[in-house]
Design a binder for this molecule. Structure first.
Ligand SMILES: [Fe+2]
Length: 279
């Protein structure tokens, strides 16, 4: 039976190797940190990251589980994940409702999967398998898609809801992805929130996108837009989440820019009376 974590870690950032020293110097402003799961598979000794983890809680975020692939989960990936989860202290772990490889072909990107009952069944069986590796919550994240996938039989919100319910797992709600999809596919993001099981949302992602090829694109390469902050404000009202990560993967010259966004998120949460970091 799915159980939400009892603590509230507040607002954090994703780990940036080249800013690791700056993260340590600003540790009092960051409530928790998200690190790519696969970074730990390499087993390199990262002293600064170890020091960061002595100070603030860790959440793991995977990129390459590829839960939407047609075949089973890769045994080598599961073995790596199993030994990592047994050997590290973390609050929860997550990956995306997507595929990154198919029939040994590496896509190199998070690809959307067809919204169908067949995929709900396949993905939820695999999500249960992953969740059974540990007693900490496993979350699945909504991703962006830039075209309607041919032959799909379900709406996005029913697809995500059905997976969460039948896998009995948590959700990582990416507010920027929700905003981008709502714009590119012409739907109301607030109505979307009313149709998903928001009690299952544990983590929130906030990021900046870009406008490319006549569409909004999830690039993690810009500051967060006013529209996404406004949507986050609505999310604070409607979704009982446990923590927020500000995601930025490129185009970042100073960590201070990310810290500024951490403080904006904290301010919005405080205005909604929900900022309760215990750090
Ligand atoms: Fe995200």
């Amino acid at each position: 039976m799915y159980k939400k974590p009892g603590r509230n870690p507040g607002v954090g950032i994703n780990f940036h190797h080249h800013f690791a020293g700056d993260i340590l110097r600003n540790i009092d402003q960051i409530d928790f940190i998200e690190v790519f799961t696969e970074k730990f598979f390499i087993k390199e000794n990262d002293e600064t990251l170890s020091k960061i983890l002595e100070n603030i809680p860790l959440v793991l975020h995977g990129l390459d589980l590829s839960i939407g692939s047609t075949g089973p989960l890769k045994i080598e990936y599961l073995d790596n994940l199993r030994s990592l989860l047994a050997g590290i202290n973390f609050e929860w772990f997550s990956d995306h409702i997507s595929l990154t490889h198919e029939n040994n072909f590496e896509v190199g990107h998070l690809m959307p999967v067809q919204f169908s009952e067949e995929n709900v069944s396949k993905i939820s069986i695999k999500a249960k398998e992953v969740a059974s590796l540990t007693d900490r919550p496993f979350l699945l994240e909504n991703i962006t898609y830039y075209y309607p996938i041919p032959g799909q039989s379900m709406a996005e919100e029913s697809f995500i809801s059905s997976i969460l319910e039948s896998a009995d797992c948590g959700m990582l709600l990416d507010v920027n992805n929700l905003y981008i999809n709502s714009k590119n596919h012409g739907y109301d993001p607030i109505k979307f929130l009313s149709k998903i099981p928001v009690d299952r949302v544990v983590e929130i992602h906030i990021a900046g996108g870009s406008f490319k090829h006549g569409m909004l694109v999830d690039t993690h390469a810009n500051s967060v837009s006013t529209e996404v902050w406004d949507l986050f404000d609505e999310v604070c009202n409607r979704v009982p989440f446990n923590g927020v990560i500000i995601e930025r993967d490129s185009n970042l010259d100073r960590l201070e820019d990310l810290i500024d966004e951490v403080n904006i998120a904290k301010k919005i949460m405080k205005n909604n009376g929900i900022y309760k970091s215990n750090i």
